[in-house]
Design a protein around this ligand. Structure first.
Ligand code: SF4
Length: 469
């Protein structure tokens, strides 16, 4: 994974978006279950996290910056105990990553309380924010999620129920939102009409569970029942489940990059195993870009499955080229070149005993700016690899993402300014091959949905207004 050039936490490259988890359980203990659910979703955001719970119709919450294991102590979770809870892990794609932008967003208003957790990005938020502010709204965060909470609270003043308010408010919103909304009596799950981000539901005994990914439902001992349809709203009240499909339009544009990078390999999204999709990408890559080599290695973590696919298809042995330091944590680095290179060396080291004297195929999931892949290729050369052939299990990024992934604007994307040969030269690779758009369409054959491929084509499922910075 390609690290950005600016100062960044050294465990972050292309960033995950956010993860949501929610549960109704008449037996209680929902905050604890949510804690474990968030643990399983930690890969989707490491900047901040939080949990809100309802106990006897009273809302309590706790949120802070940091990993789930850092933010929550046993005593905190015991204080949060209740029969409903929602939780969130955050990586900031809109608004800064400070404490006040941590979720759940909790509000008290004339109709009671709401807690909202959100995965995705709205589009046109400057206009929307201004519109709300001209109506008297005062926002406490810079997050688009607060706009959603405000829109729901406003709609509730004119609707007979919270779910009607969610339905009315979200019908007006554009962009990506997989939401969980918790009132004192109801847990409501909602997916945007385009279905950009995943959201599934399951059961654990009497409990009803929602999560961004199936791996979180399994992690708490539950089983997945189904995914929400794009536009669907599911309401849980006293153990009863109702579905509202007023905003379903029959569209489906799941982010294809969920399969390539974001989601955990043990998750299944829209019927497609994420692990298998990555293996498929590696196989397709081997067919498109064969090369004579002695060893295939993957860049941890999301390049590993694709490397396996490449090895299976090509017949070249699969090896472990890198050791990843899993304890890098959230240390920030200074933005000079030496520190950035140091950061890569702290995060990854090449295994000389595997790669020395060999022609190596190195598989990674993407190239953003091109700086990190050069350093990683260097690590292999220093460890004695005689050739390094880079293979990328996605097409080149040629456009930003407006829907919750921090793929930057065209100015910063290497593929917007350099030819394949130039990128190969800049990266220091002996050859370079990207997955084609045709193969991108084939990597998830079991998926029962359509896809967004906007960052690879510049064509988005909905109209977008401005370039991301
Ligand atoms: S633009 Fe790219 S990253 Fe963003 S939702 Fe679409 S496919 Fe995913």
């Amino acid at each position: 994974m390609d690290l950005p050039q600016q100062a960044q936490p050294i465990n972050q490259g292309l960033h995950e978006e956010c993860g949501v988890f929610g549960i109704y359980d008449p037996a209680g203990g929902c905050a604890q279950t949510t804690y474990y659910g968030l643990y399983a979703l930690q890969h989707r955001g490491q900047e901040a996290c939080g949990i809100a719970a309802i106990n006897n119709r009273e809302q309590s919450f706790y949120k802070d910056v940091g990993l789930v294991s850092e933010v929550f102590q046993r005593e905190t979770l015991e204080r949060l105990n209740g029969t409903m809870a929602v939780g969130h892990v955050r990586y900031a794609t809109t608004g800064a990553g400070e404490r006040e932008n941590a979720q759940p967003l909790t509000i008290k208003y004339v109709k009671g309380t709401l807690a909202v957790v959100h995965n995705g990005n709205l589009v046109g938020i400057d206009r929307l924010r201004q519109e709300f502010e001209y109506k008297g709204a005062i926002f406490h965060t810079t997050s688009d999620s607060e706009l959603i909470a405000y829109a729901i609270a406003q709609a509730r003043l004119h609707c007979g129920s919270v779910e009607q308010a969610v339905c009315r408010a979200t019908a007006e919103l554009k962009g990506a939102f997989s939401l969980l909304v918790m009132s004192p009596q109801k847990l409501i799950a909602c997916r945007d009409p385009w279905g950009f981000r995943p959201l599934c539901m399951g059961r654990k005994g009497e409990a009803i569970v929602f999560a961004s990914e199936s791996c979180a439902i399994q992690a708490v001992g539950g089983h997945v029942e189904r995914e929400l349809e794009p536009g669907e709203i599911v309401v849980v009240q006293d153990g009863e489940i109702r579905s509202i499909r007023d905003n379903c339009r029959g569209e489906s544009h799941l982010c294809i990059f969920e399969y390539i990078y974001f989601a955990r390999p043990d998750s299944v999204i829209a019927g497609q195993s994420v692990h298998q999709a990555r293996v498929n990408a590696g196989r397709l890559l081997a067919r498109e870009h064969p090369v004579e080599a002695d060893l295939v290695v993957g860049v941890p973590d999301s390049g590993l499955d694709a490397a396996r696919g490449y090895a299976l298809e090509s017949g070249i042995p699969l090896g472990m080229g890198f050791v990843k330091n899993r304890y890098v944590g959230r240390t920030f680095i200074t933005p000079d070149q030496a520190s950035r290179e140091q950061a890569v060396r702290i995060k990854l080291s090449a295994l000389a005993s595997e790669v020395a004297g060999k022609r190596v195929v190195m598989v990674d999931d993407s190239i953003v700016r091109g700086t990190t892949c050069r350093q990683i290729i260097n690590l292999l050369r220093e460890a004695g690899a005689t050739q390094v052939h880079m293979r990328v299990s996605a097409p080149p990024f040629i456009a930003p993402c407006y829907f919750g992934t921090d793929i930057p604007n065209r100015e910063k994307l290497i593929a917007c300014h350099h030819s394949l040969e130039e990128i190969q030269h800049l990266a220091g690779a002996d050859s370079l091959g990207y997955l084609s758009l045709e193969s991108l369409d084939k990597l998830a054959p079991d998926a029962k949905c359509g896809f967004c491929r906007g960052c690879f084509t510049g064509e988005y499922p909905i109209e977008v207004e401005e370039e991301n910075s």
